[in-house]
Design a binder for this molecule. Structure first.
Ligand code: FAD
Length: 353
């Protein structure tokens, strides 16, 4: 009788959403997967906190591209996880302190009408901007979202080469605010679209106009909300990983990852053929992965963070929707104070979820 070949072992460091996704994919590919998580629970930034009968999702609040979650839940074609979400008709409500209120509808015709009626921004400008946002997505998506930038095969691919030829349309060397000023005539519209830089903690007055791709994720694919809250994304992926046989080890910080002739050794104790790092790259490169990650990454500057308050209020606010933005009057000054003085401006933009 033939011996069945021994399964390869993979270790995932961290059980944030990316760690959960990697664990699911590796286990599905036939690896024996162990996840080491320093905290007592999974989810990473997709956290949850309860107090006095109120429950707060502590990290992200906007759910885009749900098909990526669905793909993971259905990898093995078993409908064993009950994950439900709905599409939002209103993406976000915007408020300015001069009393202007704008509703960002998911429906593009309604959105264009709203911009023209409320702000006086010609519809064609919105249409043109969103068309270019989609174009940026189509040029960049398969390189940045679907391929590894560290593999030669990515660059020897015909689609990548086509994208490289169109790189000028992605506007890497132009500033987001400068380009938005050229497209729109109203300052409030510029502020509206500049805000998308904050989705990855950037400053629209310094960030490349490439980030004008971000609105396409919302306006092109839609914004969604899981019926049981954002935490249920992590709950569902955790359940799926367990169903597939992934082993989780909580309260186990990984302190050392070393390369060995036969693979990797973790915490001088566990061996693996493959290791996936789900930690922030800067922390990983200065910590447990210092031998494996190039020194260049050790000097990465973190993006801006956010100050968050969790308020339990027993009242309904009909003027508010799932996502609401209260804009500051001087957006540029707000960013200058934050990014140049490392301080908070007196007048701040506030997001209410
Ligand atoms: C306040 C806030 C709001 C956000 N809003 C949105 C939003 O609306 N929409 C959106 O799409 N995104 C949003 N984001 C971004 C999104 O939350 C993150 O991009 C995403 O959750 C990151 O997932 P990750 O798995 O890469 O990392 P993380 O969630 O950071 O997971 C990393 C995991 O690794 C673990 N770990 C770290 N070091 C070790 C170690 N040495 N040993 C073992 N385990 C370790 C950590 O404990 C953690 O569980 C927001 C982020 C924040 C903070």
């Amino acid at each position: 009788m033939k011996d069945t070949p021994k399964k390869k072992r993979a270790i995932v460091v961290g059980s944030g959403i990316a760690g959960l996704a990697s664990a699911i994919r590796l286990q599905f590919l036939g690896f024996e997967v162990d996840v080491f998580e320093q905290n007592s629970t999974y989810g990473g930034k997709i956290g949850v906190w309860s107090k006095n009968g109120y429950r707060f999702d502590t990290g992200p609040s906007l759910f885009t591209m749900p098909h990526f979650v669905e793909e993971l839940l259905l990898l093995d074609a078993k409908h064993d996880i009950n994950f439900k979400y709905e599409k939002l008709n209103v993406l976000c409500n915007y408020f300015w302190n001069d009393g202007t209120e704008l509703t960002a509808y998911a429906d593009q015709d309604k959105l264009e009408d709203e911009f023209e009626t409320v702000l006086g921004e010609p519809k064609e400008n919105i249409r043109k901007f969103l068309r270019k946002s989609k174009e940026k997505y189509e040029i960049t998506n398969h390189v940045f979202l679907e391929k590894s930038l560290h593999r030669v095969s990515t660059y020897l691919n015909l689609r990548t080469l086509k994208s490289i030829l169109q790189l000028h349309k992605v506007q890497i060397f132009k500033k987001m605010n400068t380009e938005n000023r050229k497209v729109f005539v109203k300052n409030k519209t510029i502020q509206f679209f500049n805000r998308y830089a904050t989705y990855n903690g950037s400053n629209p007055y310094q960030a490349p106009a490439t980030l004008n791709v971000i609105p396409h994720y919302e306006f092109g694919f839609g914004a969604f909300f899981p019926k049981k809250g954002i935490r249920s994304i992590a709950d569902s992926l955790f359940e799926k990983a367990q169903n597939l046989g992934v082993q989780f080890h909580f309260n186990v910080p990984v302190t050392a990852v070393k390369r060995k002739p036969s693979g990797f050794q973790i915490n001088n104790e566990h061996s693996a053929d493959v290791v996936v790092c789900n930690m922030d790259v800067a922390a990983a490169s200065k910590g447990p992965f210092s031998e494996l990650i190039s020194t260049k990454r050790k000097s990465y500057e973190p993006s801006s963070s956010a100050v968050i308050f969790y308020w339990g209020i027993k009242k309904k606010f009909p003027e508010l929707d799932v996502h609401n933005i209260f804009f500051s009057a001087n957006y540029e000054e707000e960013f200058n104070t934050l990014f140049k003085d490392y301080d908070l401006a007196d007048d701040l933009t506030v997001y209410v979820h």
